[in-house]
Design a protein around this ligand. Structure first.
Ligand code: DX5
Ligand code: ZN
Length: 218
C-alpha cells in the first residue's frame, strides 16, 4: 500500500513570505511542494521560472514537484533539474516526442511526469505508461488556481489505477485542480495517490489544521 501524498501548490501562497509559507505546509505533513511554471503562452498566465525553484529548494527538504505549463519544455528541462526539481512534469499536448522528453528528464537525474489536460484522453499515454514516474490528471483547464473540479477526471484516475494494478506498473497518479476537503475522499477512492491543492490549503484560515484534515481523509 502506497502512502498518499498531499502536494500544496505555492501558486496560492503569500509570496511576501514564501519561505515561511513553505515551512508551514512541511511541518503540517505535506509530502511534496508543487510548483506551477506558466509562460503566458501554453496557458494564459505567467508565474515564475528556475530562479524561484532554486530559492524554494533552499527552504525545504521536501521533493519539488515541478509542473511545466510552458511551450517547448524540452529546452528548459536541464535548467529546472539544475535548480533542484525532483519531479518534472511536461504536458502531453505540448511535447512532440514524449518518449524522448521523459527519458531525457530521467537521464538528467529527475523523476519524469506527464500531465494531461481535461480534454486529453488517458489512452493517449498507453505507450509510455512504463516510462513515466508520475501521471498528472489535470482536473481543471490549467492556468489558474481556484477553479472548479471537473468530475470526468475521476474516470481518468480510475482507468489509470486499473492499468497500474493490472499491468503491475509503478507510476504515481496525481490530480491537480479544484481539490478540496469536500471532494478529496472521492478522488482518493478513485485511486489517486498525489493530491495537488492550492487555494484550499493556502486560502484556508488555518493551514496546519486544513492539511491535517486532508491527510486524515486521504
Ligand atoms: C492550475 C495549476 C494548479 C493550481 C491548483 O493550472 O496547475 O496546480 O495551483 O490550484 P487549486 O488547488 O486552487 O485549484
Ligand atoms: Zn499544477
Amino acid at each position: 500500500m502506497i502512502n498518499k501524498i498531499l502536494a500544496p501548490s505555492i501558486l496560492s501562497a503569500d509570496f511576501r513570505n514564501l519561505e515561511s509559507q513553505i515551512k508551514l505546509v512541511e511541518e503540517a505533513g505535506a509530502g511534496f511542494i508543487h510548483c506551477d511554471i506558466m509562460d503566458g503562452q501554453f496557458v494564459p498566465n505567467l508565474t515564475f521560472g528556475s530562479i524561484i525553484i532554486e530559492a524554494v529548494k533552499k527552504c525545504t527538504n521536501l521533493p519539488l514537484d515541478v509542473h511545466l505549463m510552458i511551450k517547448n519544455p524540452d529546452a528548459l528541462i536541464p535548467d529546472f533539474v539544475k535548480a533542484g526539481a525532483d519531479f518534472i512534469t511536461v504536458h502531453a499536448e505540448e511535447v512532440v516526442h514524449l518518449d524522448r522528453s521523459l527519458n531525457r528528464i530521467k537521464e538528467l537525474g529527475a523523476k519524469a511526469g506527464v500531465a494531461i489536460n481535461p480534454s486529453t484522453p488517458v489512452e493517449s499515454l498507453s505507450e509510455i505508461l512504463d516510462i513515466a514516474d508520475l501521471i498528472l490528471v489535470m482536473s481543471v483547464n490549467p492556468g489558474f488556481g481556484g477553479q472548479k473540479f471537473i468530475p470526468n477526471s475521476l474516470k481518468k484516475i480510475k482507468r489509470l489505477a486499473d492499468w497500474k494494478k493490472g499491468y503491475d506498473l509503478s507510476y504515481l497518479i496525481e490530480v491537480d485542480g479544484g481539490v478540496s476537503l469536500e471532494n478529496v475522499r472521492e478522488i482518493s477512492e478513485a485511486g489517486c495517490e498525489v493530491f495537488v491543492a492550492g487555494s484550499s490549503v493556502y486560502g484556508s484560515k488555518n493551514i496546519n489544521t486544513t492539511i491535517k484534515k486532508f491527510l486524515e481523509i486521504i
